[in-house]
Design a protein around this ligand. Structure first.
Ligand SMILES: NC(=O)c1ccc[n+]([C@@H]2O[C@H](COP(=O)([O-])OP(=O)(O)OC[C@H]3O[C@@H](n4cnc5c(N)ncnc54)[C@H](O)[C@@H]3O)[C@@H](O)[C@H]2O)c1
Length: 383
């Protein structure tokens, strides 16, 4: 019998998807226990190469109508090409544009802006049913509130799990979570926390300070980049949810320990768009602490990454957590995997606690917290 595959549909064939799709091919024959660049070689028996893209939705005429294997290399995408030889895959279909493309992005030059095709959108829920998708992966531009809600509802209507990689609050919104619970579906969200990115770095530095008894007077995380994600966030109204989501990561470390966040003590957000940088994102962190006797401690960290590959490194795991959760009958927002792979999960966790939850699920074990999300309980359990 052929091994089981994970069937994924994607919304937004942009840079993050380009890196992810290249990664499926890049890692497809790797089955050793430790694969450089990948956090988990196996999650519940699924390997990085066990994922198939069965449908893709976009609105840009440079992508709609092309096989995904070609569309990922079309402008304005600028993610690094590390695996040029990829399968053609399904043809990108026209989705409803709704609020996905801002006036700002539509008026930008071709190489850094979006365009909307003059085509009728397909019936998204019907495509999801026809292709028997297990998971719908959301990679829409920041600020796509209406479009994200539309696609989330389509996932529910078609009986498909949802992986929300953007800062529109779905998994962390109890009203939306309840809709997925009622439909008997799991979801992960919201807004990716990249593999070795600024968010997880801010988190562990804040944890380190608190664990060593230091007071955090100020924590700043400034991000710059040159891809369409950064260009799109030049519109202040679209940027707001991203800034909130980034600050949530730092704030959560105070909340977990009941340490108040002093006024004006934290800043985290995308700061500007510099086209020259393309997909190279640079983050500048500055932490000002008070240690023993009130002694000042300062940390300045510069992090330089390929933004989209860094995000694919968590999504390749999140997809597999969702599939395993579906098989185990877990419904609602997955607490551990959301805290491990997303900036604004329904429940923030300490780094070690989120890792513990994910590794238990990777072994197909249900921790006490996850058991509460399984109606009825009839699977292997672990505490
Ligand atoms: N490290 C990271 O790159 C990172 C981390 C966290 C979150 N994110 C978020 O992930 C999302 C995707 O990032 P990206 O870099 O791939 O963005 P991108 O700008 O490269 O791609 C967005 C794609 O969505 C398409 N689109 C716009 N409206 C649409 C609609 N209504 N229906 C279907 N498609 C539509 C665009 O044409 C484009 O192809 C962004 O919201 C970003 O903030 C990225």
């Amino acid at each position: 019998m052929a091994p089981a595959r994970i069937r994924v549909a994607v919304i937004g064939v942009g840079n993050c998807f380009s890196s992810l799709y290249q990664g499926f091919e890049f890692y497809k024959d790797r089955d050793e226990d430790q694969i450089p660049g990948v956090m988990h070689s196996s999650i519940g028996g699924y390997r990085a190469g066990d994922i198939d893209i069965v449908a893709a939705f976009d609105v840009d005429p440079r992508k709609v109508g092309k096989p995904v294997g070609e569309a990922i290399f079309s402008a304005p995408n600028c993610a690094r090409v590390f695996q040029a030889d990829v399968p053609a895959g399904p043809v990108v279909q026209m989705g409803p544009a709704l609020d996905g493309v801002s006036e700002h992005m539509a008026s930008q030059p071709e190489e850094v802006g979006f365009r909307v095709a003059d085509a009728e959108p397909v019936d998204v829920a019907q495509v999801l049913r026809d292709t028997q998708a297990d998971i719908l992966l959301n990679y829409l531009p920041v600020g796509s509130q209406e479009a994200t809600e539309f696609y989330a509802q389509a996932a529910i209507d078609a009986g498909v799990a949802f992986l929300n990689c953007i800062p529109v609050f779905i998994a962390s919104n109890p009203v939306w979570e309840q809709k997925f619970i009622d439909a008997g579906l799991p979801l992960i969200g919201d807004d990716m926390r990249s593999q070795v990115g600024a968010s997880v770095l801010s988190q562990v530095l804040q944890e380190l300070a608190f664990d060593r008894g230091a007071e955090v007077e100020f924590h700043q995380q400034i991000n710059i980049g040159g891809n369409t994600d950064f260009n799109n966030m030049m519109v202040q109204s679209r940027l707001a949810s991203k800034k909130k989501s980034k600050e949530n990561v730092i704030r959560s470390q105070n909340d977990i320990r009941n340490i108040p966040v002093p006024k004006d003590s934290l800043f985290a957000g995308p700061s500007t768009f510099i086209p020259y940088l393309r997909d190279n994102k640079v983050a500048y962190l500055n932490l000002r602490l008070k240690g023993f006797g009130g002694a000042p401690i300062t940390m300045d960290v510069k992090l330089s990454v390929q933004d989209s590959e860094n995000s694919a490194g968590v999504v390749i795991d999140a997809i597999r957590y969702l599939k395993v959760a579906r098989e185990l009958g877990v419904v609602g927002a997955l607490r551990g995997p959301s805290a491990w792979t997303q900036k604004t999960p329904p429940e923030q966790m300490m780094y070690a606690d989120a890792k513990f939850e994910c590794e238990a699920l990777a072994r197909r074990e249900l921790t006490a917290s996850v058991r509460r999300q399984v109606p009825p309980l009839d699977v292997t359990t672990a505490s």
